[in-house]
Structures are given as C-alpha cells and as structure tokens.
Design a protein around this ligand. Structure first.
Ligand code: SAM
Length: 292
C-alpha cells in the first residue's frame, strides 16, 4: 500500500527519455508480470485495494503497476522503446494532439485511449462506412474526436458522458476541429441515454459503438448496444485485458472478475463475431451477426 501510494505521488515521466530511463527497471521484471500494470490513477487505487486480498501475486502486480505508472505507457506488454516507436508511427490530427497535450496536465489523463487505439477506432469506422456511431465514456473527448473526424459530413456520433466538466473540454475540441455538428453530446448516465435511444425507435440504426466507461456496467452497455447496432455493425470494448490482471488467477477482485466474466460471455456469444486485440489495454471488436 505504501509503495503504491508513493507511486501515485510520482507522475509518469513527461519525456520519452524519462520513459526510457524508467524502462530499464521494467525490463528486469519477469515476463509473466510484464502485462500487469496500470497507468490510470483510478486503476492504481483499484490495484492497491485488491492486492491485499490477492496474496503474493497481487502484491507483485502492484509493484509492477508502480513501475508502469511511472513509465506512462498505455500499451500492454510494450517496452518503453516499442511504445515510443508505436507513437512515432501514428498519424495524429493536430487537434487531437492539442487535446492530448491539454489533457496530460489533468487529473485522470491516463484514462484517455492511446493514439494507436484512437487511430484503429477511426479506421474501423471508416472501413464500415459508418454514418451513425455511439461512444460510452467520453472523458475529454480524445477517442470520440478521432471517430468524429473519420465520419462523413452527414455522420453523427452520440457521445455519452456523465461528467459535465470533461464534456466542456471535449466540446471545445470538437469545435476547434470543425466536427461539432457531427457530435450529439449526451450529458447523462450512459444507460439512461442508450435506453432512451431504443425507446425513440433507434434500434438497429447504428453502425459503430465504442465502450470505455465503468467496467461493472459493461454487460448492460453491451446488451443495449446490441439492440442499437445494425447487423454487420461493430461494438468495440476497451480494457478487456485489464492490464493483464484478467490472466492472473491470483487476482480476484470484483472488477477483474467482472471483466473476466464479460470476456467469457463474449467468447460464448454466438450473436457476434469477436476479435480480442492487444492494443492499449486490450480492445475486443464485436461484429453483430443476427437480429436482436
Ligand atoms: C476511461 S474514460 C473514457 C476515455 C475516453 N474514451 C478517451 O479516450 O478520452 C471513462 C469515462 O466514462 C465516464 N463514465 C463512467 N461511468 C459513466 C456512466 N455511468 N455514464 C456516463 N459516463 C460514465 C467517466 O466520467 C469517464 O470520463
């Protein structure tokens, strides 16, 4: 707990050089633990509280989480060097970069998806020829802006977020990037917004959805989105690897169990095709196959 608290007080390194310096310590961590870390503050708290109940494995995971939190990496299993290389090979819109830089100074900045993830989301929406999209969990708008930029002028993204202050930042950047007319911001609990869309007859009318909000509600978001997305459309779920904790049998806190169970449900769900992709903290791409 103490070691963890001290890590929280140490922000991730601001420069690539610093990241590489911290990486030297990380490279000495056994490979089995290399996936087990969190760069997101609320996840660090989560890791901390669960480590005591998880026994030795949980404690080791916490130590690794400390190292990775210092590194500021948002890619499971990547060395700092590889992460820098990945970042250097992303085509990032200048306004996305500005948003990332403004958010970096904010509390909770690690909640943002990585530029590599945002690029993949945008490409998936483009390949689908998506017109109508939904995002659950907007924060300051990085992933939603990436998708909105990929949409045609007639496209629309319903952006669900409960935090009004984060939404003010997101809206500023939608304006700055010239996509505000494509984003329908819903400041409310996401479940309420999704139910209301269904009640208004919008089932089977969306092409693409991205889920990146409270993990305990993933199953409910998924079931509601399965109704809203058309056959052939995609639902992409973030954090499915939970910094490697899903694969560690010694970690059995409620959030980890809930994500593990959710992954199992997706694996067995014949209504969708799935592909679990180890990008960022892991994303599962689900394609709806049948009418629901
Ligand atoms: C991981 S962050 C989203 C990061 C975002 N996708 C990005 O790339 O910047 C999760 C967000 O979900 C929001 N959230 C959590 N529970 C929610 C709920 N029940 N309804 C709406 N938003 C919620 C949080 O306020 C937070 O901003």
């Amino acid at each position: 707990m103490g070691r963890f608290a001290s890590a929280s007080a140490l922000p991730p390194p601001a420069t690539a050089a610093a990241a590489l310096r911290f990486g030297a310590a990380a490279s000495r961590v056994p490979r089995a633990l290399a996936l087990t870390y969190s760069t997101r503050p609320w996840r660090r708290r989560h890791l901390c509280s669960s480590s005591s109940s998880a026994g030795g494995g949980g404690a080791a995971a916490t130590v690794e989480a400390v190292e990775a939190a210092r590194q500021g990496r948002k890619q499971v299993g990547a060395t700092p060097q590889l992460y820098e290389y990945l970042l250097a090979n992303v085509r990032e819109h200048p306004v996305l970069r500005e948003l990332r830089e403004e958010t970096a100074a904010m509390r909770g900045s690690q909640m943002q998806v990585s530029p590599t993830q945002a690029q993949l989301l945008a490409m998936l929406a483009q390949i689908l020829g998506a017109q109508r999209c939904i995002e659950v969990g907007v924060y300051t708008g990085y992933s939603s802006l990436a998708v909105a930029l990929a949409l045609p002028e007639s496209g629309c993204l319903v952006a669900c977020e409960r935090d009004g202050r984060c939404l003010e930042i997101a809206k500023k950047y939608y304006q700055r990037a010239g996509v505000a007319h494509k984003v329908d911001v819903k400041h409310a609990l996401a479940v309420d917004t999704l139910k209301s869309l269904i009640d208004h007859g919008e089932a089977n009318s969306y092409d693409f959805a991205f889920v990146d909000a409270d993990k305990k509600t993933y199953e409910e978001y998924y079931e509601l989105l399965l109704k809203l997305v058309r056959i052939g459309g995609l639902i992409v779920i973030d954090n499915v690897l939970w910094y490697g904790r899903v694969a560690d049998p010694l970690v059995n806190d409620l959030k980890t169990i809930s994500i593990r169970n959710f992954n199992k449900k997706l694996l067995e769900d014949n209504r969708v095709n799935i592909s679990m992709v180890p990008i960022g903290d892991g994303m599962t791409i689900c394609q709806k196959l049948v009418d629901t």
